[in-house]
Design a protein around this ligand. Structure first.
Ligand SMILES: C=C(O[C@H]1C=CC=C(C(=O)O)[C@@H]1O)C(=O)O
Ligand SMILES: [Mg+2]
Length: 463
């Protein structure tokens, strides 16, 4: 049931058609309602019948979920200055939109969800044809679950030639399906094939990178590899998200559907979050497996904290994030040493970063400055991205790029899209990388990436 406290939808749509006629351009209308508590995965599953462009975000550390359906308006930019360009289009959209929002909650109203590719200079598009270098979408319908409450935002791009009754009928029927439609049983299909892409060639590339680092070409580079899977039938988005949500604590769960394909993952790595002007970023790099019991687990964690190779991987990240954040923030706080961050299959070195954005700077400014951090690219930034482009066999596409959301109230968050898979009908490509420094051992890095595949692999048909 909708708890409407704003003008009747009929009035809103008719007013928007008048506006569109007067302006000679479409009018974006945004309506926010509090609704009865609604399960986000059921919502996404029922949306399957409405639009094949769905988006999902679950925070790693707060009860906050966004599930978006369809596209009312889309922002795309392939430009080198894509973060600034997205910001300026976003400002323009906000200025022109008519927002009916008496609730004013974070993540409701005008919200854009989506992501950015890892490297705009990558010319090879396959297999990422459905994912442009940047795509942020204002969904037609957005469910926001925050703490115990649910909100539904409806965004309509109204055209001069639209008929009010037709639009209203469509919205009512879509809302009925999204909130009350029957949820079909969704299961994951059987996995019929698993192929590791050139593991030996990959180990040779790690060996070569350690030599190039010793020769002073660069200081650190993150190299990724791929596993390809085949299934007995199409893999349903809702089933993957449900499984990841049940198994991956301390991780962001994200999914973006585009042109029939979708990119999904459970990443522990925040890039940046802004609540008003308060910034939180995360340094996460350096990895060990989990132990089979508490004692072994503690021991592995302690060894990780003292291991010079892992500390070096981590310290490059802290150093770079510190410099980037200090350039646009006040009151930057970064602890002197990392702690251990436990996940279901492995543990990482973790250093939190908090700061206050200086006036005039935004979340997208910070994302543009940070991406890619040395946890995904390397050190120095440009050299390592060039190195990846010319040495890595796979095409990263959106793997290791920023994925997330922002609203019109100065809130938003981006994570880096690792522990992820590109799913195309009954096939999937999984990606995992590791930080290579001069003391890296190819076999150990191969094992480390093996553990990083586990969260997605276990959801997509067992180890
Ligand atoms: C690049 C990935 O992980 C990064 C994040 C945490 C730890 C990492 C590491 O220890 O190598 C990587 O830098 C990946 O999972 O694909
Ligand atoms: Mg590592």
């Amino acid at each position: 049931m909708l708890h409407t406290k704003i003008p009747q939808i009929d009035e809103i749509v008719e007013e928007a058609i008048n506006q569109a006629t007067l302006q000679g351009e479409p009018q974006l209308v945004c309506i926010v309602n509090q609704i009865d508590r609604t399960d986000s995965i059921a919502f996404l599953d029922r949306a399957n019948k409405i639009d094949k462009h769905r988006m999902f975000w679950r925070s790693a550390d707060e009860a906050f979920v966004l599930a978006g359906v369809g596209s009312a308006q889309r922002i795309q930019s392939a430009d080198q200055h894509r973060f600034n360009e997205v910001e300026s289009v976003w400002n323009d959209i906000q200025e022109k939109a008519k927002v009916y929002d008496s609730i004013n909650e974070k993540g409701t109203g005008l919200v854009a969800l989506g992501g950015f590719s890892f490297d705009t200079q990558q010319v090879n598009r396959s297999p990422w044809e459905a994912f442009p270098d940047n795509q942020m979408t204002i969904p037609m319908y957005l469910l926001t679950n925050k703490d115990e409450k649910s909100y539904l935002t409806t965004n309509i791009l109204v055209l001069e030639e639209d008929h009010a009754q037709q639009i209203i009928h469509q919205i009512k029927s879509d809302q009925q399906q999204l909130l009350n439609g029957i949820r079909e049983e969704v299961n994951l299909p059987h996995r019929s094939n698993t192929e590791e892409i050139s593991p030996d060639k990959w180990k040779v590339s790690v060996e070569k990178a350690t030599e190039d680092i010793k020769n002073g070409e660069l200081e650190k580079v993150v190299l990724a590899r791929e596993i390809r899977l085949k299934f007995s039938r199409e893999v349903e988005l809702a089933a993957v998200i449900e499984n990841l949500s049940n198994t991956q604590d301390n991780s962001y769960i994200f999914a973006i559907e585009s042109g029939g394909d979708y990119f999904v993952g459970a990443t522990p790595e925040r890039l940046a979050r802004v609540d008003n002007q308060e910034l939180v970023s995360t340094c996460l790099a350096g990895t060990a497996p989990r132990g089979r019991n508490d004692e072994e687990d503690q021991k592995l964690g302690q060894t990780l904290l003292q291991d010079p190779k892992n500390r070096q991987e981590h310290d490059f990240v802290v150093q770079m994030i510190r410099e980037a954040v200090e350039a646009c923030c006040l009151d930057v706080e970064i602890p002197k040493s990392p702690v251990v961050y436990p996940l279901s299959n492995l543990q990482h070195l973790y250093t939190p970063v908090t700061a206050t954005l200086e006036q005039g700077y935004t979340l997208l400014d910070v994302v543009g400055r940070l991406h890619p951090t040395p946890a995904l690219g390397g050190m120095p930034q440009k050299k390592s991205v060039d190195y990846i482009r010319s040495h890595e066999v796979l095409n990263r596409g959106w793997y290791a790029g920023p994925v997330g959301w922002f609203d019109g109230k100065n809130n938003g968050e981006f994570a880096v899209a690792i522990r992820s898979a590109l799913i195309q009908k009954n096939e999937a490509s999984l990606f995992a990388g590791c930080g290579v420094v001069e003391d890296s051992d190819p076999e150990a890095e191969y094992q480390e990436t093996g553990v990083k595949f586990k969260p997605m692999l276990s959801v997509l048909g067992g180890y």
